[in-house]
Ligand binder design. Structure first.
Ligand SMILES: Nc1ncnc2c1ncn2[C@@H]1O[C@H](COP(=O)(O)OP(=O)(O)O)[C@@H](O)[C@H]1O
Ligand SMILES: Nc1ccn([C@@H]2O[C@H](COP(=O)(O)OP(=O)(O)O)[C@@H](O)[C@H]2O)c(=O)n1
Length: 664
């Protein structure tokens, strides 16, 4: 996940490959609640691991469920209708799929509970659900604004509930109110319980998921059209034992769109197929209408670009409210204006999504019309795209769908602010996108300079702030030094050919900040001064330098790279957009290295270090191949009198200066 304040996605021009998507949020949270209400143990496979499922799991644990976890498999011992903990204060983040059903279940289970969430959750309506529950005799108070969380739930005796008359619930604001009642009311099914929907029910496919999963847990709800639902007397939750969660069809929408937009041999999605029980799978119909070629099997989808530009669309998107946001970005690549209708529910989601989409699409240069329940997006012709910093409003879907704007024909990058909001449903979204996307040019920042000038420190920090990859090219020479010693060689010219062979085939792996050579952790061994000396000597051998070129270039991956070394800007990445030549006086450098080594418990003297350092400087700058010198277009940075933070700030400032978007 990118925990950076922003993520710059360079202009993308193609995509091909296979993606495995995380489990569906809607299915995951419903299954968790049903498993908790049932008796017996349920093993849930492929459960989504995200903010919204985490708050649900935490809440269930607070209620006394015993939960075991092994990767994406969760074992949950159900409560069998009896709470183990009859009072709790539950924090439910911004998860509507936790807040609504838990409100209903806890109102019936009998106990004192407080349910709250993030500020936005306290702006998301719940009054219609609370009204339906209070009709029955449940006792619920608003702790803040009437009609909205936070809530206080008080106990009632289940046999005092009034279940004779149909329970009326509004269906035209959020289908989650009905889902909440359907999931929870089997707790009270001593007689048939009838629920009548008031108003036109929206997002019907989500109700189908609810009914489908209830059936898996032994509850056969009868349905008369979409107005009346009956939970049969005597209904009891029965754990199915094992259950698999499908991949998230809403998350699939971004990759379906990707296949439709990007050049390449197509995208294959594993984990969900056209027969999915999730309503958002119907996004494939809309994508086909816009010109995508889509094939499907029981558990996979395969998408490729067909019509181009895409065909404009005018649809009622009420049945796919979440996935439809993706259509709004696809519309930029269409042959005319596209209209998404009947989407009033967008206004009460994680943010007001109609306003959010309209504002951010406009930043790209698009003309957008919006009303209470529709949005119309005009396509953006080549030449009209603007590089934009996209605000994401703490809404994962805004962040994900705007990444698709990076395929614009004008080669403009897209900046996504607060990209970590994708953690709500798809923490690895951007990594997954980058695993299949292609760009004309992955941005690179080079930091070259003499030993102990602070290159490593600066490079790691700049890479961290930008969410970029990091190349410590010196470590490759250091590892080569270790490998040749192990082969019984000295770092001399007479062994150049053998050493070059070794360098070419280094069994090297970088994992979790460690450097592994043939599986052995050599992270500390390569940092000794002796290893540094060997590296310095081996790096003068032209054959070795050539042998390491491809390996170094292979680090250039989306979304970008910061590379530390001696010849990054001159030889390895001559086309880098920013090259920094970092220096400090020999005196400062010797002092810094001294401190660094002492702090690691390695004893050494300042004098010997300074002599080593000057010898290394000389060898670096006088060797015949790739000598240490600033690239012609490098910016010089002498950090003798700077703190690390000042150097980092300077480089980030230079980087921002050459970006096409305004400061965020
Ligand atoms: N601008 C700076 N001011 C003071 N100390 C610094 C600065 N930059 C780096 N250092 C310190 O100098 C030491 C050497 O830095 P390092 O990044 O290992 O250098 P290099 O990679 O160039 O050999 C580190 O302990 C680091 O904290
Ligand atoms: N791109 C690079 C990186 C390092 N090197 C050499 O490899 C040695 C080790 O590099 P390093 O960056 O880990 O070490 P420092 O000397 O900066 O501490 C340096 O002394 C350089 O001579 C190089 O020649 N070219």
């Amino acid at each position: 996940m990118y925990a950076t304040p922003f993520l710059d996605i360079p202009a993308l021009n193609g995509a091909s490959g296979t993606v495995q998507l995380p489990g569906s949020k809607s299915i995951s949270n419903r299954v968790l609640l049903l498993a908790a209400l049932a008796s017996g143990t349920t093993t849930i496979h492929d459960l989504l691991d995200s903010d919204d499922t985490r708050v649900m799991l935490d809440a269930l644990a607070a209620l006394g469920c015993v939960i075991g976890r092994d990767g994406t498999t969760v074992k949950l011992e159900g409560l069998g209708g009896a709470l183990r903990s009859t009072s709790a204060s539950l924090f439910l983040g911004n998860a509507g799929t936790a807040m609504r059903p838990l409100t209903a279940a806890l109102a019936l289970l009998g106990g004192e509970f407080e349910l709250k969430g993030v500020p936005r959750m306290h702006e998301r309506p719940i009054g219609d659900l609370v009204d339906a529950l209070t009709q029955l005799g449940c006792r619920i108070d608003y702790l803040g604004n009437p009609g909205y969380p936070p809530l206080a739930i008080h106990p009632v005796a289940i046999d005092t509930l009034q279940l004779d008359a149909p329970i009326r619930v509004r269906g035209d604001v959020s289908s989650q109110f009905l889902t909440a009642l359907l999931l929870a009311l089997p707790l009270a099914a001593r007689r048939d319980i009838v629920i009548d929907v008031v108003g036109e029910l929206i997002s019907k496919p989500y109700i189908e998921i609810t009914l489908n999963l209830l059936a898996r847990f032994g509850i056969a709800v009868r349905r008369d059209g979409w107005q009346r639902f009956t939970i049969p007397a005597g209904s009891q939750y029965r754990s199915p034992g094992e259950i698999h969660v499908e991949a998230d069809a809403s998350s699939a929408s971004y990759f379906i769109a990707l296949g439709a937009i990007a050049n390449g041999s197509g995208i294959r999605i594993e984990g969900v197929g056209a027969e999915s029980i999730q309503g958002d799978i119907r996004f494939i119909d809309a994508a086909r209408q816009m010109g995508a070629r889509i094939d499907s099997g029981p558990n996979w989808l395969s998408i490729s670009r067909d019509a181009w530009p895409l065909k404009a669309i005018d649809i009622d998107a009420n049945h796919i409210p979440d996935a439809a946001m993706t259509l709004a970005v696809m519309a930029l690549y269409a042959d005319g204006p596209s209209t998404l209708r009947n989407i009033a529910s967008w206004r009460v989601k994680e943010t007001d999504r109609i306003d959010a989409m309209a504002n951010e699409l406009a930043k790209l240069g698009a003309t957008v019309e919006a009303g209470p329940d529709f949005i119309r997006v005009h396509p953006l012709p080549a030449g009209a795209w603007q590089a934009a910093s996209i605000r994401t409003y703490d809404d994962h879907r805004v962040a994900m769908c705007f990444s698709l704007a990076a395929f614009n024909p004008d080669g403009k990058p897209v900046r996504i602010l607060e990209p970590h909001c994708v953690a709500k449903t798809f923490p690895e979204y951007f990594e997954t996108l980058f695993s299949v996307a292609r760009t004309v040019e992955v941005p690179v920042i080079c930091v070259d300079g003499p030993t102990a000038s602070g290159k490593g420190t600066l490079t790691i920090e700049v890479a961290r702030r930008l969410g970029y990859h990091y190349l410590d090219s010196g470590s490759l020479y250091r590892v080569t030094g270790i490998a040749l010693r192990r082969a019984g060689l000295a770092p001399d010219a007479e062994h150049e050919a053998r050493i070059a062979e070794i360098a070419h085939a280094l069994p090297l792996c970088f994992s979790e900040g460690k450097v592994l050579l043939a599986g052995e952790d050599v992270s500390d061994a390569i940092r000794t001064e002796a290893a540094g000396m060997d590296a310095s000597r081996v790096s003068t051998l032209p054959g070795v330098r050539t042998a390491l070129v491809d390996l170094q270039r292979s680090f250039r991956k989306l979304p970008g790279l910061v590379a530390d070394g001696r010849d990054m800007g001159t030889v390895i990445f001559p086309d880098a957009k920013l090259k920094v030549f970092l220096t400090a006086s020999a005196e400062h450098r010797a002092e810094r290295r001294h401190k660094q080594l002492i702090s690691k418990g390695i004893s050494t003297t300042l004098d010997s270090l300074r002599a080593d350092l000057e010898a290394r400087d000389l060898r670096d700058s006088s060797r015949s191949v790739a000598p240490l010198k600033p690239a012609q277009d490098a910016r010089l940075l002498d950090n003798s009198h700077q703190t690390v933070e000042q150097s980092v700030g300077q480089v980030l400032h230079w980087w921002q200066e050459i970006q096409p978007f305004k400061a965020s």
